[in-house]
Design a protein around this ligand. Structure first.
Ligand SMILES: [Zn+2]
Ligand SMILES: [Zn+2]
Length: 310
């Protein structure tokens, strides 16, 4: 798919009434026939003057991950690089440079560095790292456990919190293994967002390490109870507004569920995991489904039956 920067610019839309509009926002969601799809490769939603949410087009990659871009006074924080490496098909670096150029035009003399980190190391969140690696003004924290722990200064993983200063905006980083060993969650005090990656989003929450995942959700729940959390935001939508899972790998998801979950959803998940105990098991909580990877075959079978009527 060829996408011009003009198309990207047009795709940027302002959201005046922040949290409400983000919850109600209908994202680009692929197409029945991707050969005729004219949506941009990347939808860019401006949440406020210094905060953007990007979504990859499902016709470029069915995973269609979300990417978060948070501006501070000296650093632009980019969480994840999406599912496609090819800059022609998926011009993520150029898109973010475009957002920086818009900001610099409003604040001449400002110098902004790009910091790229990852919610976790899976390929659908790291594929375009090569668009950033070695570029001027870019720090890319490689998506492996050693680099992540070193960069944030975690010495007793998964215990402890880290702070990340963007300039007038200090993020907090919470270790979040379970879906993947090097997973992190990020809290942004400016928006009140808790970014949970693939640990919690409206869809299938694949759990690789059950007890680490339970501990992570307990940690996030305790953390959230002492912070202002306006929204819990993950990196996919796989659920319809009607509460059914779209088929895995779907490149067309009409009438998607909201991206936005809340602190109450985190509490619901926490309670369910505590009740479940140490035995990995599928848990359907309506807005999302916990799916231990060891039970995947069984789960896929039941989902196929479940979505059979779609
Ligand atoms: Zn993942
Ligand atoms: Zn993912």
């Amino acid at each position: 798919m060829k996408v011009s920067l003009i198309a990207i610019a047009i795709a940027v839309s302002m959201q005046a009434n922040a949290a409400t509009d983000l919850a109600a926002h209908a994202w680009i969601h692929g197409a029945k026939d991707c050969t005729t799809n004219r949506d941009p490769a990347i939808e860019v939603l401006q949440f406020d003057a210094a905060t953007y949410v990007l979504r990859q087009n499902k016709c470029v990659h069915a995973e269609a991950p979300f990417i978060y871009v948070l501006f501070g006074e000296h650093t632009v924080f980019v969480q994840d690089t999406g599912a496609t490496e090819d800059a022609a098909a998926f011009p993520l670096h150029d898109t973010i440079q475009g957002l920086i150029a818009q900001r610099m035009a409003r604040s001449p003399g400002q110098t902004l560095k790009i910091l790229v980190t990852h919610s976790h190391s899976h390929r659908d969140h790291t594929a375009a790292d090569s668009q950033f690696r070695g570029k001027p003004g870019v720090t890319l924290v490689e998506a492996n456990a050693k680099a992540v722990r070193q960069f944030f200064g975690f010495t007793d993983w998964p215990a402890g919190l880290a702070k990340l200063e963007l300039g007038g905006r200090t993020l907090e980083i919470v270790p979040a293994p379970g879906h993947q060993d090097g997973g992190i969650a990020v809290h942004d005090p400016r928006t009140g967002w808790l970014l949970t990656g693939d640990t919690l989003y409206p869809g299938r929450l694949y759990v690789k390490n059950w007890n680490e995942y339970r501990a992570t959700i307990a940690r996030l729940e305790a953390f959230s109870s002492t912070r202002a959390v306006s929204a819990v935001l993950g990196t996919h939508i796989e659920m319809s507004a009607a509460g059914t899972l779209f088929p895995a790998g779907s490149s067309f998801q009409p009438r998607e569920a909201s991206l936005v979950l809340g602190g109450e959803d985190l509490s619901t998940l926490h309670k369910a995991l505590q009740k479940a105990g140490e035995t990995p098991q599928d848990i359907n909580l309506g807005k999302f489904v916990v799916a231990p990877i060891s039970g995947l075959q069984r789960f896929v079978g039941s989902v196929l039956k479940w979505v059979g009527g779609l």
